[in-house]
Ligand binder design. Structure first.
Ligand SMILES: Nc1ncnc2c1ncn2[C@@H]1O[C@H](COP(=O)(O)OP(=O)(O)OP(=O)(O)O)[C@@H](O)[C@H]1O
Ligand SMILES: [Mg+2]
Length: 336
């Protein structure tokens, strides 16, 4: 069972690392906002003949100034910022339950990004002027034929690589100007990556694999263990903490990799063909886990070859020859 993060839990995630602003101010704002929202929620959910028509889920509280300046408008109360559930859940889930929707700052902002590789004397243009934004709480599929630039794009989004030219802002930070150390710090703190080939350490237990990103973060060992056990529990592997990858099924390995991506509570979850090495039943299980993570409020960008997967995502971006050729609801994504 995945615990939704809301209010204080989100602040716990983003408010204490210099990336998102003052923790104390955020907590005060969130306490006040939560109290007010509880009142609104109770009023709207009073039992009565029409209660089901006006029911709303209490909105998520985001206390991040970085995430609050542009895009869909948040409701600002006492310095805190409230994003309605509808916006958090992405473009297809607009329940229209809250009237004023104010702009949020995108988590991802890609502007006219190019990536060229030099191969001998030739230049290979893998990305040719890609632009898009991803807002907090969105679930976006990236689709396209082999060689269209999907992995190149994911490597840029994950700060594993930099654009040849163009701008990539992650949570408002322009990655171009950052040193390698700053970039890996940003990546470690804010990005969880899931790869097609799992990329687990074969000789280490599930627990050690999952705890690894926390080592780079300098977390003490007791906390690493606690968080890793918790993350494995979230993906249904509490009973496999002592198993090594070669003692687990493909689906379990991928769930370990997802737990590793989640363990640091990243701002953004990136997955490059996470079901590419799985059979169809395990693929369904793994995708169900991603949908659950999305419903819990995570922002996810996922590369897939499978039109059936993209069609179930709220939004799909199609790449062809290094360019974005369509960007819209997943259900509208074509097969080719
Ligand atoms: N390191 C590299 N050096 C040279 N060319 C590269 C490099 N990496 C990728 N390319 C080229 O860039 C283009 C895009 O590659 P990319 O791996 O992003 O495609 P993809 O959409 O992920 O494909 P697939 O679906 O097969 O994984 C391809 O033409 C590829 O040959
Ligand atoms: Mg690829």
């Amino acid at each position: 069972m995945i615990r939704p993060f809301r209010g204080a839990a989100f602040i716990e995630r983003v408010g204490n690392d210099g990336f998102e602003g003052s923790r104390a101010a955020a907590e005060v704002a969130a306490r006040s906002l939560r109290a007010r929202l509880r009142g609104v929620w109770r009023r709207r959910n009073k039992p009565g003949p029409l209660a089901h028509q006006s029911r709303v889920t209490p909105p998520v509280v985001v206390a991040s100034p970085l995430l609050a300046e542009s895009g869909p408008r948040p409701i600002a109360l006492d310095g805190g910022v409230c994003y309605p559930q509808a916006q958090r859940m992405g473009p297809q889930r607009n329940s229209g339950s809250i009237d004023a929707i104010a702009p949020a700052k995108p988590i991802i902002e890609v502007v006219d990004v190019h990536r060229e590789y030099r191969m001998g004397g030739q230049m290979v243009a893998a990305l040719r002027g890609v632009s898009f934004r991803v807002m907090p709480g969105e679930f976006v599929a990236i689709v396209g034929k082999s060689g269209s630039g999907k992995t190149t794009l994911m490597n840029l989004l994950g700060c594993l690589d930099r654009p040849t030219r163009g701008v990539y802002r992650l949570g408002g930070n322009d990655v171009q100007g950052l040193s390698d150390d700053a970039l890996s710090g940003l990546r470690n703190r804010h990005i969880g990556f899931v790869f097609q080939s799992f990329q687990l350490l074969e000789r280490s237990t599930a627990l050690k694999n999952v705890a690894l990103p926390l080592v780079y973060r300098g977390e003490p060992s007791v906390r690493r263990r606690t968080l890793a056990v918790e993350a494995l529990g979230r993906v249904g592997l509490a009973h496999r903490v002592g198993h090594r990858p070669n003692q687990m099924s493909g689906g379990e390995r991928q769930r370990v990799a997802i737990a590793r991506a989640l363990v640091g509570s990243p701002t953004l979850l990136l997955a490059d063909e996470p079901t590419g090495n799985l059979d169809s039943a395990t693929e369904r299980e793994t995708m169900a886990l991603f949908y659950e993570l999305h419903a819990a409020g995570n922002t996810i960008v996922l590369v897939t070859h499978e039109p059936s997967i993209a069609q179930q995502c709220p939004r799909a971006i199609r790449l062809a020859d290094g360019c974005v050729v369509s960007d819209g609801p997943g259900r509208e994504v074509g097969v080719s």
